[in-house]
Ligand binder design. Structure first.
Ligand SMILES: C[S@@+](CC[C@H](N)C(=O)[O-])C[C@H]1O[C@@H](n2cnc3c(N)ncnc32)[C@H](O)[C@@H]1O
Length: 242
């Protein structure tokens, strides 16, 4: 289990999670997930895992894009928070009333011990979840080796995550925003100040693109390309399993 009680935290905030996301990213998070999904589907994978799927925004975007391209792929969503997954199931049901989607199967469990066979997935994506798995987490190595294990050789690994901005001016603004704004507004909306303090602190002290790539390269991945979004506060990385 993690050093910080992340599991309970997500069980507490799942009802407000999507709303808080929209507010904090000024509504940009949807566009970032669209870009990340396009990267993940670029090589036409047949089996895709959305790790730390949460309330399902990313997997539903993947499902929508696959349906539009006429491809029927296997989509797995994995997360250790039952409450977040229930919300994802609910949203999937709502969307399925409006359009036909590929098969999506959600599973509950810890990223450190996934119930999938070696090399099962052609592509694996993680949006705003990698920070939870590696930042100040004593299981970081195990999480990364599980990601490596379930991905097939040559398979793509796409990461969308907070990042340390490159510009000094934006760094100052970003730090003020994360220190004085995000925890209190998030705490107010969700009723869990402690959770949003953790989230803000882990975002503030998180890695630059190159630092993140180096961590992932040392876990066996090869960095293919990266993009800085939102003036460098968000990173989109594309890697592959060597
Ligand atoms: C910030 S949310 C991101 C959710 C979603 N991917 C998105 O883009 O909104 C992080 C998710 O990671 C999950 N999580 C954190 N640590 C985990 C672990 N060790 N194993 C499985 N899921 C984990 C949490 O339950 C939460 O749903």
């Amino acid at each position: 289990m993690n050093d910080f009680p992340l599991h309970d935290f997500y069980g507490d905030i799942y009802t407000s999670y999507d709303r808080v996301n929209r507010i904090f990213t000024f509504g940009k998070d949807r566009a970032w997930r669209r870009k990340a999904a396009a990267e993940l589907l670029a090589n036409e994978p047949d089996r895709v895992l959305d790790l730390c799927t949460g309330t399902g925004d990313f997997i539903l975007e993947l499902a929508g894009q696959s349906a539009e391209s006429g491809r029927n792929i296997e989509l797995g969503g994995y997360d250790f928070s039952r409450e977040m997954l229930q919300e994802a199931e609910r949203k999937k049901g709502e969307l399925q009333k409006r359009k036909s989607l590929p098969d999506i199967s959600f599973k509950e469990g810890d990223a450190g011990a996934m119930p999938y066979e070696d090399g099962h997935f052609d592509a694996l994506g993680i949006t705003f979840g990698l920070r939870n798995l590696v930042y100040e987490n004593s299981n970081a190595k195990q999480h990364l080796s599980e990601i490596y294990r379930v991905l097939r050789p040559g398979g793509q690994f796409v990461v969308l995550e907070s990042s340390k901005p490159a510009s000094p001016l934006w760094t100052v603004f970003n730090s003020i925003y994360l220190r004085f704004f995000l925890p209190y507004l998030g705490g107010l909306i969700s009723g869990n100040l402690k959770a949003y303090k953790y989230l803000a602190n882990s975002s503030k002290n998180y890695y630059s693109i190159r630092e993140m790539e180096m961590i992932l390269e040392s876990a066996g991945f090869h960095a293919l390309r990266s993009r800085a979004l939102f003036l460098g506060s968000v990173m989109l990385l594309v890697l592959e399993k060597k």
